[in-house]
Each structure stands twice: as structure tokens, then as C-alpha cells.
Design a protein around this ligand. Structure first.
Ligand code: HEC
Length: 92
């Protein structure tokens, strides 16, 4: 029984990361926030895809657009950490 439970846990964990959201973002402060707040509507691919064109200001505009225009439910207190992560790890 115990073995089965462990096996099922492992299966559940790998399913959660399967599919088109399977990309791994670079490690760094704020990464968990981006992973938690940016996959509701589209793949995290959007982050590295836009890395060559967005600088800090661009990322700030993009995150604010996600909130104001797209309706992303991101707590305003998390925005600076998210922008910081994006600009540091994926800034132009
Ligand atoms: C409420 C849904 C939603 C959430 C949450 C969301 N986005 Fe988006 N995002 C969209 C939509 C809709 C588009 C434009 C349509 C498309 O291309 O899929 C988009 C497009 C983008 C683009 C493409 C460039 C652009 O400006 O259109 C980037 C980059 C992006 N999102 C980044 C993010 C990041 C980073 C987060 C987390 C901070 C995030 N998104 C959270 C809905 C969302």
C-alpha cells in the first residue's frame, strides 16, 4: 500500500508539469511568483520568447498590461518582485 501511495504521488507531480508549460525558468529570486502568476492564461514560453525585446521598462509595462488589460489576478505587492525577476533573468 505504501509503495502505491508513493507511486501515485510521483505520477501526480509529473502530470502537473507535463504539456506545453513544461519549460523551466531560470532560477532566481521571484521565480516562484512568476511561475504561480503567469501560467493561468498562457505558457511560460512567453517569458523567454520576449526576453530579446523587453528591457526592465518593457517587462514592467507587460506585467501591468497583464493585470489591467488581461485581468490577471496578481497582487500588486508581488509586482515589483515579478518585474525584478523578469528584468534580471530575461531582460534585454
Ligand atoms: C489573465 C490572463 C493572463 C495572465 C494571468 C497573464 N497573461 Fe500574459 N497574456 C495574456 C493574453 C490574453 C495575452 C495576449 C494573447 C496571446 O498572445 O495569447 C498575453 C500575452 C503575453 C505576452 C506577449 C507579449 C504581449 O505583450 O502581448 C507576454 C510576454 C506575457 N503575456 C507575459 C506574462 C507574464 C510575465 C505574466 C505574469 C506576470 C502573464 N503574462 C500573466 C493573458 C495573461
Amino acid at each position: 500500500m505504501r509503495t502505491l501511495a508513493v507511486l501515485m504521488l510521483a505520477l501526480t507531480a509529473s502530470t502537473a508539469h507535463a504539456g506545453e508549460d513544461a519549460i523551466t525558468l531560470k532560477d532566481g529570486p521571484g521565480r516562484a511568483l512568476v511561475e504561480a502568476n503567469c501560467v493561468m492564461c498562457h505558457s511560460l514560453d512567453y517569458v523567454p520568447m520576449n526576453s530579446p525585446i523587453l528591457d526592465r521598462q518593457g517587462w514592467e509595462r507587460t506585467v501591468n498590461k497583464m493585470i489591467r488589460v488581461m485581468g490577471a489576478p496578481i497582487p500588486s505587492g508581488d509586482v515589483p518582485a515579478i518585474v525584478d525577476y523578469l528584468a534580471t533573468q530575461y531582460g534585454k
